[in-house]
Design a protein around this ligand. Structure first.
Ligand code: AMP
Ligand code: MG
Length: 491
């Protein structure tokens, strides 16, 4: 493959050729102090065919830190609206992110480059258009962690810092993050045209998205209905993956829902430490609307909002039938993922009892979700085996023994071999996830201009399944200080 330099990288912006009401043209506002390079993501750099050596050039931080533009870029802030905490907000839009342009790689894949924290736009409302270093580090590391876990997500190209101060609850350093996705179109991008009764724009948007990303249905007579079906399917599968890995988004407003079924807009998200079905990761979510166990339902709720916005294009019955598909699809996906986490190869009616039984034990004992599943791989299915190490995670040993006996019997009945299952389960249940306290350690060091911890975590999270010496100290449940770190939307 031919590697590109910053000069030969070719930018375009097809979104900028849509009607003017879709966006506001807006260049990034550079920081007042010079931008400096913090980290670049090798895997994402490869996606745009850029030579990795380019990262060390000052032009790299300038280009991806908002102080330089490249030919072909046509920066703009995208318009959208959305339902926030259940309430329709007629106008949101990119208030602090700017779509710089897109790059098409040699394999023909299109990547939108979105610069987050790039300054005010006409959609900034009361915000300053900036992002704090803390939140960009959290997004940068988490989307790569999710990708390595096989969860569809936006990606991150690089982090660029500045000595400019940003005002939040306290003063914090600012940074910019280049986010990459084939498209940043959200459910809310459709909603805004529906509620403004701009049905022609709605159709233009649907055609644009289908043409670029749903090529297989592009010429179908019922393409809009099939498009919605596809979005329902991707969303159900996405949320099933979040649930299986124990991850909560925190702000599942419709403006944070990707039309491609990607995890989008990392804010106060959280991987669970101790298992708690009602886990609320967002400190500002007082009623738990976006609690962990609400996510599957919220996915459906958000899809219903999208369905409503598509009413001018698709018959109501069609939309309803697609929505009806959501719950069985989600449940099937989730059950399959959980069976894999338990190392089961067959599907049986009693699976749900077995899965729920383990989750209930974990809930009662505040057992660590990631650690328990990782250790479950070493479970011995031999009759009479005690599985003492695993047993220690549970307060009520007898209850665990009861469950373990059922599990062992089930494994034997499908002739599961302990050795083979261990290898398989270790490819499914990660050893490391981006716990809040790990991210916080990287943030604290970064505030002292030491970016080594970002790099260390980045490398570990790129391969979360392989135990290796460098992982020691990164797989444990949080120390006391890291148990209840407060994360909210103000980032
Ligand atoms: P979020 O909760 O991050 O999904 O953001 C919701 C809306 O607020 C979006 O329209 C964002 O662009 C906007 N927003 C969030 N933070 C800022 C900020 N610091 N400056 C301007 N707009 C912001
Ligand atoms: Mg958002």
């Amino acid at each position: 493959m031919r590697k590109q330099t910053l000069e030969t990288l070719r930018f375009d912006n097809t979104y900028a050729r849509l009607p003017e009401s879709f966006y506001a043209k807006q260049n990034p506002t550079p920081f007042t102090s010079p931008p400096y390079f913090i980290h670049a993501n090798r895997s994402a750099i490869e996606l745009i065919d850029l030579d990795h050596g380019e990262c060390s050039r000052p032009e790299f931080a300038a280009l991806f830190g908002g102080s330089m533009l490249a030919p072909g870029m046509d920066p703009l802030a995208m318009l959208y609206s959305g339902h926030q905490f259940g309430v329709y907000v007629p106008q949101l839009g990119d208030g602090r992110a700017i779509l710089l342009g897109e790059v098409r790689n040699e394999r023909g894949q299109k990547w939108d480059l979105h610069l987050k924290g790039a300054g005010m736009t006409p959609f900034s409302r009361d915000g300053d258009g900036r992002a704090v270093l803390r939140s960009t580090i959290r997004e940068y590391l988490c989307c790569e962690a999710m990708d390595a876990l096989g969860i569809p997500t936006t990606r991150a190209l690089c982090l660029v810092g500045s000595d400019d101060k940003i005002y939040r609850e306290q003063t914090e350093p600012g940074a910019m993050l280049v986010r990459m996705a084939p498209s940043h179109v959200r459910f809310g991008t459709f909603e805004v045209f529906y509620y403004r009764k701009q049905y022609e724009n709605l159709k233009v948007l649907a055609d644009f998205v289908i043409g670029q990303h749903f090529a297989a249905i592009h010429v179908a007579a019922d393409k809009y209905a099939r498009f919605f079906h596809e979005v329902v399917e991707r969303t159900a599968k996405l949320i099933a993956r979040w649930q299986a890995v124990g991850w909560a988004h925190g702000v599942l407003n419709t403006d944070n829902m990707s039309i491609l079924g990607l995890t989008l807009d990392y804010g106060p998200y959280g991987f669970m430490d101790a298992y708690d079905a009602g886990f609320i990761c967002n400190h500002s979510d007082h009623n738990g609307r976006y609690a962990f166990n609400q996510q599957p339902f919220i996915g459906l709720w958000n899809l219903s909002c999208l369905a409503q916005a598509l009413l001018p294009l698709v018959a109501k019955e069609e939309l309803k039938s697609a929505l009806d598909h959501y719950t069985p699809l989600y449940e099937g996906e989730y059950a399959a993922l959980m069976r894999a986490k338990l190392g089961l190869t067959q599907q049986r009616p009693e699976d749900e009892v077995l899965i729920q039984g383990l989750l209930q034990l974990m809930q009662d004992s505040h057992a660590d979700y990631t650690i328990v599943f990782r250790e479950l791989a070493a479970f011995s299915s031999a009759p009479g085996a005690v599985n003492g190490r695993l047993r220690e995670h549970f307060i009520n040993g007898e209850m665990f023994d009861h469950w373990a006996a059922q599990y062992a019997e089930r494994l034997r009945s499908e002739e599961s071999r302990d050795e083979e299952r261990l290898t398989r389960m270790n490819r499914t249940n990660p050893a490391i996830v981006l716990r809040n306290y790990l991210a916080q350690q990287a943030i604290d060091k970064a505030h002292r201009k030491d970016f080594t911890e970002i790099d260390r975590l980045y490398r570990l999270l790129q391969d979360p399944f392989t135990d290796r010496p460098e992982m020691s100290g990164y797989t444990a449940s949080p120390p006391n200080w890291g148990k209840h770190l407060s994360v909210s939307c103000s980032s």
